[in-house]
Design a protein around this ligand. Structure first.
Ligand code: AMP
Length: 415
C-alpha cells in the first residue's frame, strides 16, 4: 500500500517522500481514504501510530481544492488538550503544507502566550486552526475568529480533552460549529465519557480500531521492564542505569513538580545533563526544555504527566516511571512516548514495597504480567512499608481517590 494509492495528491506524496515517509502506517491506510471521502471517523489510534498525518494530510488535500471565505473565518478546527500537542501538529501540517501548490494558512492558538499577536494574525481568517479550548474561546469572545464556516472538526486525544475538565468548554465550542460538517474523533482509549461524546458528535462514523495488535512494521516495539527498588534509592538507580547503558535520551516521569526539580538537581550534581519539565514553568521555558531534549542537548528530562502529554520525540529510547502513574490509562500514555513509529524502546517502571500493589492493579487492567527484576547493588531491603497514599500530606484528610487506592491495595494483598 502506497500513499498515492490512498488517494493523496502528487504534491503531498512528494512532500512525504522528502520526509522519508515511504509507507503509510495502519491508521493512515485506514483513515486517509475515509476522510477524503468526506465521512466521519471514530478512531482509537494511540500516540505514535502516525495519527497526526492520518488526519492532517487528507484535511490539507480537501481544503486545497477550494478557497476560504473572506472575513475572520476558519475552515478546519483541530482541538487538542495541550499546548505541546498543538505545536507538534502545527509542525507536521507545516511540513506537508509547504509542498502544496498554494499553501494554506495554518495557525496554532494556545494559551501561555499573549493573545494580541494571535488576534492580529487572525485577520483575514485561517484555513486550519489548531487550538486548545480555553484560548480558542477567548479569541471567539474577542470576535477574533468565527467558527461558523468550519467544515472539518478534529478532536485529538479526546480522552485527554475530557479528562482535563475541558468538557464545558468543548460543549461551548461545539455549539458554535455549523451542523453540516465532517467530524473526526481520535482517542487512545474510549471511556464512557468519550463514547457519549462520539455518539453525539459523529454521524455514521467509520470506526477504525487500531488497538488490536497488528503485525506491522510500524507497530511500536516497547520492551516493558519492572525493577524492584527501595523508594529512597531510585535516584541512585536511575543514575546507575543511565550511566551503565549510556542512554542518550531518557524521559523520566515523576509525580510532582517538586520531584522534577529535586531529581533533576541530584542528577546534575552527579554530572548528568538533566532538566525539569512541569506545568508551572513558563511557556517559553517548557518549549526550551523540550527543544533541548529533542536536540540531544539534555540527556534526562524529568517530567510530570501534565507536561509530558502528547510529546513526540522520535528515537526516544527509554521512558522511566520513577513514580508510577495514577491510572492504567496514564501508564499506556507514558510508555507510548517510546517505541514510536517503528522505533524500539524500553519502558521501565520502578516498583517499591509501597507501590507494588498499585502496579499489580495497572498490570491487571492492561492484561500484563511482567517479570520483576532486581539490579545488583540495588536489591530492595524494605519489604513491609505502610500503604502509600499518593499525593497525601501527613495530617491531611485522605481524598476519596486515596481511600479507594488503599482499599484496592488491601484487596489485592489478599489475592
Ligand atoms: P503521531 O502518532 O502522529 O504522533 O506520529 C508519531 C511519529 O511517527 C511522528 O514522529 C511522525 O513523524 C512519524 N510518522 C508518521 N507517519 C509516518 C510514516 N508513514 N512513516 C514514518 N514515520 C511516520
Amino acid at each position: 500500500m502506497s500513499f498515492s494509492s490512498l488517494g493523496l495528491s502528487e504534491s503531498l506524496v512528494r512532500g512525504l517522500a522528502a520526509q522519508n515517509y515511504t509507507l503509510p502506517t495502519p491508521i493512515q491506510t485506514a483513515a486517509i481514504p475515509t476522510i477524503l471521502r468526506g465521512q466521519d471517523v471514530w478512531a482509537s489510534a494511540p500516540t505514535g501510530s502516525g495519527k497526526t498525518a492520518a488526519f492532517a494530510l487528507p484535511i490539507l488535500q480537501l481544503l486545497s481544492t477550494s478557497t476560504r471565505p473572506r472575513g475572520r473565518f476558519a475552515r478546519a478546527l483541530i482541538l487538542v488538550p495541550t499546548r505541546e500537542l498543538a505545536t507538534q501538529i502545527g509542525e507536521t501540517i507545516s511540513r506537508a503544507n509547504g509542498h502544496l501548490p498554494n499553501s494554506l494558512k495554518t495557525m496554532v492558538l494556545t494559551g501561555g502566550v499573549s493573545i494580541n499577536p494571535q488576534m492580529m494574525a487572525l485577520g483575514g481568517g485561517a484555513d486550519i486552526i489548531i487550538a486548545t479550548p480555553g484560548r480558542l474561546l477567548d479569541l471567539i469572545a474577542h470576535n477574533a475568529v468565527s467558527l461558523s464556516t468550519v467544515s472539518i472538526l478534529v478532536l485529538d486525544e479526546a480522552d485527554r480533552l475530557l479528562e482535563d475538565g475541558f468538557s464545558d468548554e468543548l460543549d461551548k465550542i461545539l455549539a458554535l460549529l455549523p451542523a453540516s460538517r465532517q467530524s473526526l474523533l481520535f482517542s487512545a482509549t474510549f471511556p464512557p465519557a468519550v463514547q457519549s461524546l462520539a455518539t453525539n458528535l459523529l454521524r455514521d462514523p467509520v470506526r477504525h480500531n487500531l488497538d488490536a495488535p497488528a503485525a506491522s512494521a510500524t507497530e511500536p516495539d516497547i520492551l516493558q521492564r519492572v525493577i524492584e527498588v527501595d523508594a529512597p534509592r531510585r535516584t541512585q538507580l536511575l543514575r546507575h542505569l543511565i550511566e551503565e547503558n549510556r542512554w542518550s535520551g531518557v524521559l523520566v516521569f515523576v509525580a510532582t513538580k517538586y520531584a522534577t526539580e529535586h531529581v533533576a538537581n541530584k542528577l546534575r550534581q552527579a554530572g548528568l545533563v538533566a532538566t525539569a519539565l512541569h506545568g508551572e514553568l513558563s511557556q517559553s521555558a517548557r518549549r526550551q526544555a523540550l527543544a533541548d531534549f529533542k536536540a540531544g542537548d539534555v540527556q534526562v528530562l524529568l517530567a510530570t504527566d501534565l507536561a509530558a502529554r502528547g510529546i513526540d520525540i522520535v528515537r526516544l529510547p527509554v521512558v522511566v516511571n520513577y513514580d508510577l502513574p495514577r491510572s492504567p490509562v496514564d501508564y499506556t500514555h507514558r510508555i507510548g512516548r517510546t517505541g514510536r513509529a517503528g522505533e524500539t524502546g524500553q519502558a521501565i517502571s520502578f516498583v517499591s514495597a509501597s507501590t507494588h500493589a498499585h502496579f499489580l492493579l495497572i498490570e491487571k487492567r492492561q492484561n500484563l504480567d511482567l517479570r520483576r527484576e532486581q539490579i545488583p547493588g540495588f536489591e530492595p531491603v524494605d519489604t513491609d512499608v505502610p500503604v502509600q497514599t499518593t499525593g497525601g500530606i501527613k495530617g491531611k484528610r485522605k481524598s476519596k481517590k486515596d481511600k479507594l487506592r488503599e482499599a484496592t491495595t488491601r484487596a489485592l494483598r489478599r489475592l
